[in-house]
Design a protein around this ligand. Structure first.
Ligand SMILES: *Cc1c(COP(=O)(O)O)cnc(C)c1O
Length: 390
């Protein structure tokens, strides 16, 4: 039986997959079972931040596998201590909780926000505001947080205590925060990833922080897709000049090994106490070993400048293509608006021609490896252009 037949017989059909079996990968290129290669402009899905099997990363991960692969969280490990220390100092956060996915990082943020408010104000101040078109995960609670009606189906009853307000509408936000006294947090993506690479406007972000500060409402930035170098800064909050009380990370954090992290500022860093939260695999040593290499790379001299420089380079190349109407995003998180072609068709055409891209709503979404070379940008955009001209 072929890999695809075997797969389809036994793995739940929760994804629309391409008929490609990826077998190997190195740097920016993945290879399928038949030996055909693909330049990956999606980094998996924003996960392989240093590309496939980056040498330094693979060495660190393999070394960790051979020294200690896991321990229960009733013990300490050096590799987790080192990563936590480096991550908190680099981002300016006080505390971190490690899980294994984005949804888990957001669940942690939601629990902190609610307990922070419970500890200070008692029961009833538990509502979390999120934005229309947001995406925060697939657990029953993070689906509630997700501000898209298509996700609010089948799995009733959903977790209560979430309300959605339109992005970039300062008046609506102010009205909501004035009227609803049960709000404990506002949670948002600086750039909505799954929602279509929609960039929040600076005045709206400033307003969130102003209104929340006045009311002791926590700000929660979901940087699961935008964080750790993706937009040309360690955190996208830096680009907006703000400091959320909580920031969540996942996707690219460990270079393709499952990890989620919830960062908390001093104000709410000690809200979760012994026994109030946990995760068996959270902070796993192998994931931390990979994450250490990713973070060291991001913090190396000139790396962030190179992400921005390559982002501009890629945008300019894309804008030269006649079928491209415009490009949204920042750094190496880009949403390409097409004039008349359908994003889903272009994704298929690109794959046929050896380029992997993503979509977000009706845009082509590009999240190339942060260490992509200009040569690979050239090769990839050539294929992309061909697919659009076909
Ligand atoms: C991918 C994503 C999530 C969910 O992460 P999982 O690891 O799939 O649970 C949440 N928020 C944002 C912004 C994401 O991009």
């Amino acid at each position: 039986m072929s890999t695809i037949d075997k797969f389809n017989e036994h793995v739940m059909m929760t994804y629309g997959r391409l008929p490609i079996v990826l077998d190997k990968g190195h740097d920016r290129v993945a290879t399928d079972e038949s030996g055909k290669s693909y330049i990956d402009f999606g980094s998996g899905i924003g996960t392989n931040s240093l590309g496939y099997t980056n040498d330094k990363w693979a060495d660190a991960v393999c070394e960790q596998v051979r020294s200690i692969q896991h321990t229960s969280n009733y013990f300490y490990t050096k590799v987790q201590a080192d990563f936590a220390d480096k991550l908190c100092s680099a981002t300016g956060y006080e505390k971190v909780f490690f899980g294994n996915s984005g949804a888990e990082a957001n669940e942690c943020a939601i629990k902190i926000a609610r307990k922070y408010s419970f500890d200070k104000y008692g029961k009833g101040r538990h509502t979390i505001v999120t934005l229309v078109n947001s995406f925060h995960g697939r657990t029953v609670t993070t689906l509630s947080a997700t501000g898209q009606d298509v996700f609010h189906n089948y799995f009733f009853p959903f977790t209560e205590g979430f309300v959605h307000t339109p992005a970039n509408d300062t008046e609506a936000l102010e009205k909501l925060l004035d009227e609803d006294k049960s709000i404990c947090a506002v949670m948002f993506e600086f750039i909505q990833g799954e929602g279509g690479v929609n960039v929040l406007e600076q005045p709206f972000v400033d307003k969130i922080f102003e209104l929340c500060a006045e009311r002791d409402i926590l700000t929660v930035a979901d940087e699961i897709q935008t964080g750790l170098g993706r937009t040309g800064a360690l955190l996208t909050s830096e680009r907006y000049g703000v400091k959320p009380d909580i920031t969540t990370l996942a996707k690219g954090i460990a270079g393709g090994i499952p990890m989620g992290a919830c960062l908390a500022a001093e104000k709410c860093g000690d809200v979760l106490t012994k026994g109030t939260h946990g995760s068996t695999f959270g902070g796993n040593p192998i994931a931390c070993a990979g994450a250490n290499v990713v973070l060291d790379t991001l913090l190396s001299e000139g790396f962030m400048d190179s992400v921005n420089e390559k982002g501009f380079y890629l945008v300019n190349k894309l804008l030269e293509i006649p079928e491209v109407e415009g490009v949204d995003g920042m750094g190496l998180m880009l949403g390409v608006r097409l004039k008349s072609k359908k994003a889903a068709d272009i994704l298929l055409k690109c794959a046929e021609n050896g380029l992997l891209v993503l979509t977000a709503k009706d845009k082509i979404r590009l999240l190339p490896p942060l260490n992509i070379t200009k040569e690979d940008i050239d090769k990839g955009t050539e294929i992309f252009k061909g697919a659009l001209e076909d």
